[in-house]
Design a protein around this ligand. Structure first.
Ligand code: NAD
Length: 442
């Protein structure tokens, strides 16, 4: 099929590359001309494992193109995906105005039979609004064919996006008619060899399914963090408790790792949008509000433990930070807990030396500060530092040289926000250890 994808970000580019790999002809469209120019030169705008090779192979086979011209890019498409960002506005609502404007521009030019599919995470009712834009063109006699609008939310995770797209757990299709659903089933057939992964439903439910999933995931993270905090207070160890929880098939084994709280470009903004949606319907959303509160508190607890270690005097203290990305495998720092922590440390007068294998350049432009140095290695971050904070569970941070750390850090303390290390091992090197849920260093 001829596929056009509007919005060539994490979702759009991965979708485009994977659909090109499965034999479709794909045009990725973005209104950022500089991004399109670098993509044409083979430069990807972000890091994602496997994506470089996939894009290069698809382009070599003549299956993938890039353009910043909407009309040109969509002219021959059988299916047009909308994969624009839907970030939070200041009021917490998902900002869909750019997406609707794009759909309006599309409706003004589209004159052939095709299917428009919304892949962005959008509040229920957005697809209906977009459908109305196309229907208006038909009613005004500007279009000869009715364009159907379907919902197909994306569930990939950054860091494993290509693998997730190639091997989906499910493919959600919200369609108002059989033709739209059948077209999407056909497109996804190579990713669904057993024919059991496509879940068809009405458009509104498909739109909401994405919010429901992210709410569940965020709730699990906040719940395990809250349990870790309670365990810490009563002198229980959350690590073996997590093993107990994971072994229970009713509970499941994922998203049960205490840490610095959830971040990234999806969970925080989707939770906010969901709470706003509930509020508009006079639904209290009591659990969702608590999930947010617990998440915000998690980074405050970490900051408080660091401040307490230095008797409340962080001014002039040198703190090494390992990990900036909101999770390993990506260079995405959108709403990363590390950013909030570093900002608080800098505000308190600390000097921060930070290292991340991928995400440094993004942080440098986000927090330009004389007291923030971005360095090239984990070791460099610790040189002359008073303490170390580990914010992202990158593989290279899992087994550091504790002896070297103990000899290097001015006050030998490791704030292990991802619960990577064993206190007993750190103590044997003379290092103090802070884990999520603890009030102070052990
Ligand atoms: P992104 O910010 O990485 O990419 C969006 C792209 O759209 C950018 O390249 C931007 O330049 C482009 N764009 C904006 N306006 C445009 C226009 N008018 N015409 C053409 N291009 C335009 O966003 P993302 O992370 O890929 O997320 C896209 C959507 O998918 C969001 O709704 C998000 O919530 C959802 N989602 C994201 C993920 C994820 O892990 N990133 C996972 C699932 C769902």
């Amino acid at each position: 099929m001829n596929v056009a994808i509007i919005g060539t970000g994490y979702v759009g580019l991965v979708t485009g590359a994977c659909l090109a790999e499965s034999g479709n002809s794909v045009v990725c469209i973005d209104n950022d001309a500089a991004k399109v120019a670098s993509l044409r030169e083979g430069q990807l705008p972000f890091h994602e494992p496997l994506l470089d090779d996939l894009v290069a192979a698809a382009r070599q086979r003549g299956k993938l193109w890039f353009t910043d011209q909407l009309e040109q890019g969509t002219r021959a498409a059988d299916i047009i995906f909308l994969a624009l960002g839907t970030p939070s506005g200041a009021d917490g609502y998902a900002q869909v105005a750019p997406l609707l404007q794009c759909a309006q521009d599309l409706a003004a030019t589209l004159r052939h039979k095709c299917l428009v599919v919304v892949k962005s995470t959008v509040p229920p009712g957005t697809c209906a609004t977009i459908q109305a834009l196309f229907d208006m063109q038909l009613a005004q006699g500007n279009a000869a064919y009715r364009v159907s609008v379907a919902s197909n939310p994306e569930f990939l995770s950054e860091g494993s996006a290509v693998a997730d797209f190639r091997n989906p757990a499910r493919i959600v299709v919200g369609a108002a008619n059989d033709h739209a659903a059948g077209t999407l089933r056909q497109l996804y057939a190579p990713f669904d060899p057993g024919g059991k992964l496509v879940m068809e439903m009405d458009v509104r439910s498909a739109e909401f399914a994405k919010y429901a999933c992210n709410a569940m995931l965020a709730a699990r993270i906040s719940l395990i963090n809250e349990l870790a905090n309670i365990a810490g207070r009563i002198g229980a160890d959350i690590a073996p408790i997590c093993r107990v929880l994971r072994s229970d098939p009713r509970i499941g084994s994922q998203y049960l790792q205490p840490g610095a709280g959830y971040g990234g470009s999806c969970l925080p903004k989707d939770l906010r949008a969901l709470i706003r949606m509930a509020q508009d319907e006079d639904e209290p959303a009591a659990i969702l509000r608590s999930v947010e509160q617990v998440n915000q508190r998690q980074i405050e607890l970490l900051y408080d433990a660091i401040a307490r270690h230095f008797w409340g005097r962080l001014k002039g203290r040198r703190i090494a930070v390992w990990g900036l990305a909101f999770k390993p495998g990506t260079d995405d720092i959108r709403e990363a807990p590390s950013v909030a922590l570093i900002q608080s440390l800098l505000e308190a007068g600390a000097r921060v030396r930070a290292y991340d294998p991928l995400a440094e350049s993004a942080v440098g432009s986000l927090i330009p500060h004389a007291n923030l140095a971005l360095v090239d290695s984990a070791r460099q971050a610790c040189e002359n530092a008073d303490a170390l904070v580990v914010m992202t569970e990158w593989e290279e941070f899992r087994a550091p040289d504790f002896g070297w750390l103990a000899a290097t850090l001015g006050t030998p303390a490791v704030f292990d926000a991802r619960d990577l290390y064993q206190s007993r091992e750190l103590h044997s090197f003379g290092l103090r250890h802070y884990r999520p849920g603890q009030k102070r260093l052990a």
